[in-house]
Design a protein around this ligand. Structure first.
Ligand SMILES: NC(=O)c1ccc[n+]([C@@H]2O[C@H](COP(=O)([O-])OP(=O)(O)OC[C@H]3O[C@@H](n4cnc5c(N)ncnc54)[C@H](O)[C@@H]3O)[C@@H](O)[C@H]2O)c1
Length: 329
């Protein structure tokens, strides 16, 4: 099978690329390296069935050329991370709306199957414990840049849905809940790599907000096989499917567990949202998925526990901290 992976140098895209190559597929990866790193592709880069293209999904001709002959398109390129969305709102919207439009059209023209990486942010402030795919979205004002990511991804979902219904595109939308593991950077607002780096370097762990907000973290190694299986499961086409862990943790408990796992002497400090993100920031108190559909379709289960996740991230970041030649991320 020939796969085209956008965002291939990113955290999830690079793990997906490695898994596709290991399964015998041929992969073309496109990435503009805005938040991704070539280093993530160090294993794939040596592979004879892999070719990397540096470029943007906003370049329609480039996307058309790179998608040519693909059987499956995995669309993972996106502007991601709270700080990226806050600081580069306009560019992020363009990438997440127009870039996706280019990729969806290219998949359609090539008669390829498409997997769109969407997000649990779609549900916004809906705090139901066990969010199902048809649950309502509860969003704040569109004038708060924080919601523009969810809005763009929702538009992407509607676009894919319309291509499925009107043009017969075979596509599945995957709503990823917090996904973590090695190669994820804490630079753009992702909490576990940020906490782990702070703990390992003896800095205070900074909890944004009260720390009572509840999240579930899923290891990328549990997510990637489900992504590949969903792209090959016709019963999933035309649907959105949640993927995530259901092991709940408050952010304050998470900070304590990172300190304990790394045997750090760092203290935990609390920073009001306003200071962390600027005025008017809104968050959701709880975000927990119901993954019954993913289990039914492809037998998905999140096996890796939160403690195992923290250990695997700490192991990788400890290696980076010890190697000063590697850029800090
Ligand atoms: N990690 C998570 O918890 C999570 C949760 C929900 C959804 N997602 C989705 O999964 C996908 C991958 O996220 P990630 O966590 O691996 O983040 P990431 O930042 O590591 O990956 C995104 C990749 O897209 C690339 N990119 C950005 N703009 C681009 C452009 N215009 N053209 C080409 N490449 C571009 C970046 O350089 C990066 O390599 C995204 O679509 C994201 O919305 C991730």
């Amino acid at each position: 099978m020939k796969a085209f992976v956008t965002g291939a140098a990113g955290f999830i895209g690079s793990h997906l690329t490695d898994a596709l190559l290991a399964a015998g597929h041929t992969v073309t990866g496109l990435d503009d390296l805005s938040t991704g790193r070539l280093e993530n592709l160090s294993r794939a880069g040596e592979h004879p069935r892999f070719r990397f293209r540096q470029g943007t999904v906003l370049d329609r001709a480039r996307v058309e050329e790179d998608a040519h002959g693909a059987d499956v398109v995995f669309h993972f390129a996106a502007a991601v991370g709270a700080f990226v969305i806050r600081d580069r709102t306009l560019e992020s919207l363009r990438t997440n709306v127009h870039g996706t439009e280019n990729v969806v059209e290219a998949a359609y023209r090539n008669n390829a199957t498409l997997l769109l990486a969407s997000t649990s942010e779609i549900y916004g402030k809906n705090t139901l414990a066990g969010l199902r795919e048809d649950d309502d979205r509860v969003l704040g004002s569109p004038l708060k840049s924080r919601w523009s990511y969810a809005e763009a991804k929702a538009l992407d979902e509607s676009l894919v849905d319309a291509y499925c219904r009107q043009r017969g595109l075979a596509a599945v939308i995957v709503r990823l809940f917090n996904t973590v593991g090695p190669r994820q950077t804490g630079r753009y607002g992702m909490v576990i790599p940020r906490f782990v780096r702070q703990a390992l370097t003896g800095e205070p762990l900074t909890v944004f907000g009260t720390g009572t907000q509840i999240r579930c973290f899923c290891h990328v190694a549990d997510v990637v096989p489900a992504l590949i299986a969903l792209a090959h499961e016709p019963r999933a086409f035309g649907s959105a499917v949640n993927l995530g862990s259901t092991e709940q943790v408050t952010i304050s408990d998470l900070a304590d567990r990172v300190v304990a796992a790394t045997r750090s002497r760092s203290e935990v400090r609390y920073l009001p949202y306003e200071q962390a993100y600027g005025p008017g920031y809104e968050d959701m108190l709880r975000r927990v998925p119901d993954c019954t559909l993913a289990k039914e379709l492809v037998g998905f289960e999140a096996h890796t526990t939160l403690d195992e996740i923290i250990d695997s991230v700490a192991e990788e970041i400890a290696r980076r901290v010890r190697q000063p030649t590697v850029p800090r991320r």
